[in-house]
Structures are given as C-alpha cells and as structure tokens.
Design a protein around this ligand. Structure first.
Ligand SMILES: [Zn+2]
Ligand SMILES: [Zn+2]
Ligand SMILES: [Zn+2]
Ligand SMILES: [Zn+2]
Length: 210
C-alpha cells in the first residue's frame, strides 16, 4: 500500500473523502459517473465532461483530462461535450407517497424518517417544512431503485478500472470494494436493473394511460 501512495496521489485517488461515498449527498441524489482517465467521480447531470462518440460503451472524460486524449485515446475518435440524457425514472419514487402533500410517485429527493418504524416519507418541498410536519425526528435520503442501481453499477465499473491501473491494490479506496466485490456488484446490479427498467416502463405506461 505504501508504495502505491504517490501513484495514487497523482491519480487523485488518495484524496479519499472523509464521508463515505455511499453517504455523500451527490451520490444519494445525482446520477454518478467517472472519468475513464483519472477515475475521478463525475456527476454527469451537472458536471462538465466529454464523452467519446465512437467507443462502444460510455467513455467519459473530465475537463482536466480531455487534452490528454489527443495522445492517450484512439486518434480516430471524437469527443462530444456534456451529452448526458438522464433517465427521468431515476428521480421518481414509484409506489411511494409523500406523507406531507400526499403526492404519489413524487419526483426529486425522497426523505424518509430514520426513527419511525413505519415508513414516513417527505418530498423535497415538504422536507423544508419538516419541523411542522414531523418535528424532532431525523431523516435520511432514500434513492429511487433505479438511481441506486445506476450509481452502484457505475462505482463498481470504476473500481474495476482502478484495479486494472493498480493491480497490486487490495481495496478500491473510494468504495472499499475488492476486485471480486466490484465484479459481483456489477453483475448482480446489472441483472437487477433490467427488471427495474422493465417494471418502471410498464408502470409509467399505465400511469400515462389513466
Ligand atoms: Zn479525468
Ligand atoms: Zn473512443
Ligand atoms: Zn410533499
Ligand atoms: Zn418519524
């Protein structure tokens, strides 16, 4: 581990955040991505970045690394700026209603009471009024199933890239995954996302028809 520290520092991996990635507000509320070169975390819905127009799977590059792609990426490939189109279902909480305004399948951040045994949920605007609606209880953020799967898959893919660049590493510093963990998470969650995409699609079709 010691020998890797300078290398990791140059790859900006050593600047591990004090809060676990899995508890960070960005991770809980935004789609997560990463730069294929420096492997830094990106939030493609709000960060500036470039993506390759020719690579078969998504190949995103942060603003700091884009100039390196002239020499470090296939010269035949071209990059496009910020073309992320978010799957809206990532921000919709299907089969959940806000206990404040009673909106069903609400959009945005879902806050759930961390103390009540029965699920007590608030949408973003009702959360601002939590001191009147549900005083003295602490809330946590609950991701929509699709956002959760998406972000876990992206972090697992990123961890696999980390192990490719640093084969002697035991754990990915950002997620704490071993290579085996990362491969398992990727496989399991990719299987699940298929079925979630299937159900949300059916549900939204039903919803728009009624
Ligand atoms: Zn980068
Ligand atoms: Zn490419
Ligand atoms: Zn509400
Ligand atoms: Zn409560």
């Amino acid at each position: 581990m010691e020998n890797l520290t300078p290398k990791l520092a140059s790859a900006n991996l050593a600047t591990a955040p004090t809060t676990s990635i899995f508890e960070r507000h960005d991770y809980l509320t935004e789609p997560t991505g990463y730069c294929e070169h420096c492997l830094n975390i990106l939030h493609p819905n709000k960060d500036r970045y470039y993506s390759c127009e020719q690579c078969p799977s998504s190949f995103d590059i942060c603003m700091k690394c884009i100039n390196l792609m002239k020499t470090e990426h296939a010269p035949q490939h071209s990059f496009k700026k910020d073309n992320y189109s978010m799957n809206e279902a990532m921000m919709i909480h299907y089969n959940t209603s806000c206990d404040g305004c009673k909106t069903v399948n609400f959009k945005g951040i879902r806050y759930q009471c961390d103390e009540c045994r029965e699920s007590y949920d608030l949408c973003e605007s009702c959360y601002q009024k939590r001191n009147n609606l549900h005083p003295n209880h602490n809330f946590k953020i609950v991701q929509s199933p699709l956002l959760r799967l998406n972000n876990r898959i992206l972090l697992a893919r990123r961890a696999i890239q980390v192990f490719k660049q640093f084969p002697n590493l035991q754990y990915d510093p950002v997620t704490g995954y071993t290579l085996n963990d990362a491969q398992q998470v990727k496989e399991q969650e990719e299987e699940k996302i298929e079925s979630v995409l299937g159900t949300t699609f059916t549900r939204s079709k039903k919803g728009s028809g009624s």
